[in-house]
Design a protein around this ligand. Structure first.
Ligand code: FES
Ligand code: FE2
Length: 418
């Protein structure tokens, strides 16, 4: 249980709030680069700030204030040119550094040597593994961590976005919550398919550890032992707002205090013998979370998680909870956030910020699936692993995979589309 004041600290993300200041020290994934092929301008809201993300005609990404520096028209209704984005109201042009380059009427009728004071807010953007990352903190920006899976080759990658109407922190608490797999995904999943028993293997033992890039949780369930990779390797709650499960990442990116952008990045190694496989463009798609009756969609794994997150309310009231031993990891994570908020307030660099390009270039994480993802297995052997077999049949993580993405996946894997 937390006091209301501590809950506010964990959940408020706007500029000047302790958590807002902490999260601004890290690069945040905000979009898929492929989204900008069809439309080079995307309005986004991030950490309570209204912004526009764009790709100019020279291929440079910019993230600038949604409001024009002139009289605050909406820049997302402008257009991109060689050198930036132009407002459709009176044609002012700004670039990715926030510089105001052109003010067409003034430039023609009343030219002034300087446009000083007319610059707009702008944040750095980097592309990696098909994702666009933004950094909203003090400069110089730290290195963008290149997680090892981003360097893997011969795989089909896809990015799935979902707009979640609740605070980010309750989503991130789900990244350090092993027991929910038994209930939410196994037992509830079985009920949704018509089952009538709580037959999933029970969790017998849990362990939570901290490491350089977050937390690792380990578990033993009925039928498993301490020799199992779920205990020897475990899974990663990636600091500060990610989740890493071996072949995919999820991030819970704060839009504002009451909304979260779920960003998930998936990798599926092509079967041995299908190399080389080169993916021209990583597809990005948006997963719907409500059905036609206004109920949350519950058929897919991450959609089930979303039911839990939004069910806790727009901002979970942690003054009313009852934490038990299954929640030790949740408490560890909260305490670490409180410590790191204090560190930032004291002018220190918080945990997990990387300043060395070498250190950031390829960061290995505990990974139960490295061999499969790097070496691959023959298609005939996919059948031996229930998770791989299922993965070939359908995309179970998020509802609504577009047919074109499925077709590209089928083609990459060299399987029939059925
Ligand atoms: S408001 Fe954008 S150019 Fe005038
Ligand atoms: Fe889950």
């Amino acid at each position: 249980m937390l006091t209301a004041a501590r809950n506010e600290m964990l959940t408020r993300v706007g500029p000047g709030t302790p958590m807002g200041e902490l999260l601004r020290r890290y690069w945040q994934p905000v979009a898929g680069a492929g989204e900008f092929d069809a439309n080079p301008i995307k309005p986004i809201r991030l950490l309570g700030e209204d912004l526009v993300l764009y790709r100019d005609l020279r291929g440079r990404y910019g993230l600038v204030d949604r409001h024009c520096p002139h009289r605050r028209a909406d820049m997302s209704y402008g257009w991109v040119e060689d050198n930036g984005i132009r407002c459709s109201y009176h044609g002012w042009l700004v670039n990715e550094t926030g510089r105001c380059l052109e003010q067409p009427y003034e430039d023609t009728a009343n030219p002034k040597p300087s446009k000083a004071g007319c610059d707009t807010k702008a944040y750095p953007v980097k592309e990696c593994a098909g994702l666009l990352f933004a950094y909203l903190g003090p400069l110089p920006a730290p290195e963008l961590p290149v997680w090892e899976p981003f360097t893997w080759v011969n795989g089909f990658r896809e990015i799935v976005l979902a707009d979640i109407p609740c605070n980010w922190f309750q989503c991130q608490e789900n990244s350090i919550d092993p027991v929910h797999f038994e209930w939410m995904h196994d037992n509830w999943g079985s009920r949704l398919r018509g089952g009538d028993a709580n037959a999933a293997p029970k969790h017998l033992k849990l362990k939570f550890e901290e490491f350089d890039h977050g937390f690792i949780y380990k578990r033993v369930r009925e039928g498993q032992s301490e020799q199992d990779r779920y205990w020897t390797v475990g899974r990663v709650a990636l600091w500060p707002n990610g989740f890493y499960l071996g072949s995919h990442f999820e991030w819970r990116v704060p839009v504002d205090d009451e909304n979260t952008l779920s960003v998930a990045w998936f990798f599926m190694r092509v079967p041995k013998g299908r190399e080389p496989y080169v993916q021209e463009r990583v597809p990005t798609w948006v997963s719907p979370i409500k059905d036609e009756n206004g109920r949350w969609i519950s058929s897919h794994v991450i959609n089930q998680d979303i039911v839990a997150w939004v069910g806790q309310g727009r901002i979970a009231d942690r003054t009313k909870e009852n934490l038990r031993s299954s929640d030790i990891g949740v408490t560890m994570m909260r305490n670490r956030f409180f410590q790191e908020m204090d560190a930032v307030a004291a002018g220190k660099e918080p945990a997990g910020v990387i300043r060395s390009a070498n250190a950031a270039a390829c960061i290995a994480l505990p990974n139960m699936a490295r061999e499969f993802n790097t070496e691959g297995v023959a298609l005939a052997d996919f059948d031996k692993d229930p998770i791989l077999r299922q993965r070939l049949k359908e995309f179970r993580h998020h509802y609504g995979q577009p047919a074109a993405v499925r077709r590209a996946f089928v083609e990459a894997m060299g399987i029939s589309g059925a």
